[in-house]
Design a protein around this ligand. Structure first.
Ligand code: ATR
Length: 269
């Protein structure tokens, strides 16, 4: 049986084994998928040991940048993202690194939520690894404008500069812009600490602006509660992105894209 795993630290909370287990059952693919805890200083060893037999891995916090360094080849998406969340061992033993986070986010917004990104004004809040991982697919979806805003402005500027050739991207500080936008994506880690990024409420046009927090939790995140109070037309969390990025990894490994709807429904239930 082909073996796959997700490697992270911590890892016990990971839903990936459950998600890939459901994908395998649904598509009739014979595979196993486990969660592996790597020591903080031992990612490379854990990865190499697993891939002696294993066919592929997902990589999660805090190892995605290290994974980028370790693979032999990068997909275009992974190359620009500077991070790898999916590795496939190829026939000759070399490792291909992909990053499916951005495709997962775009698919969750466009297919699951039914909102075409073409022509939209989009605000991306945050300029860390999570933000970097999704920029290229958002630009590729044909947005009118993608503005990266961050508490630390030079980080937003540096990030936008990396993608100037990929589409209409700009950078700003939290309080520099107040014109309403169509879509706000929270890619900061603020929700983890129960905090709000300090963006203006004027960015949300009541009844129009869709808000998306890449984090998820059992209860609505603090960002999504705030956005709902400002009148956001819909508030989505990152569970759909999690399932969609997993489906993209499954497609790369197995050549078949699972139906994500029943898996997402099972997780929500
Ligand atoms: P990740 O890999 O999750 O993106 P990261 O690279 O450490 O993690 O980036 C965290 C992001 O969340 C940064 O954009 C950070 O802003 P700064 O660059 O100014 O540090 C943002 N962030 C974290 N906590 C925040 C808070 N309380 N308010 C606003 N932004 C916050």
């Amino acid at each position: 049986m082909d073996r796959y795993a997700v490697i992270g630290n911590p890892i016990s909370h990971s839903k990936s084994p459950l998600i890939h287990g459901m994908f395998a059952k649904q598509t009739g693919q014979a595979l196993s998928y486990e969660a592996l805890l790597a020591p903080l200083d031992g990612f490379a060893q854990t990865l190499q040991q697993f891939l002696r037999e294993g066919k592929g891995v997902n990589v999660t916090v805090p190892f995605k940048e290290q994974a980028w360094e370790l693979v032999n080849q990068h997909s275009a998406a992974a190359y620009k993202a500077g991070a790898v969340n999916t590795i496939m061992r190829q026939g000759d033993g070399s490792l291909l690194g992909d990053n499916t986070d951005g495709r997962g986010l775009v698919r969750d917004i466009q297919v699951n939520a039914g909102l075409s990104l073409a022509g939209l004004r989009v605000l991306l809040v945050g300029a860390g690894g999570a933000a970097r991982g999704v920029i290229q697919p958002i630009l590729a979806a044909g947005v009118d404008q993608l503005c990266v805003v961050n508490r630390t402005v030079p980080k937003a500027e540096a990030l936008a500069a990396l993608f100037v050739d990929d589409g209409p991207i700009s950078a700003a500080g939290f309080q520099w812009i107040e014109e309403p936008v169509d879509l706000i994506i929270n890619a900061t880690s603020a929700s983890l600490g129960g905090e709000l990024p300090g963006i203006s409420a004027k960015l949300i046009r009541p009844g129009h602006t869709l808000c998306y927090d890449m984090m998820y939790a059992k209860e609505p995140t603090v960002f999504n509660r705030w956005a709902a109070e400002q009148g956001a037309v819909r508030c989505l969390d990152g569970l759909g992105m999690l399932v969609e990025q997993a489906a993209e990894a499954f497609l790369l490994w197995r050549g078949v894209r699972p139906d994500t709807a029943p898996v997402l429904a099972a997780l929500r239930g």
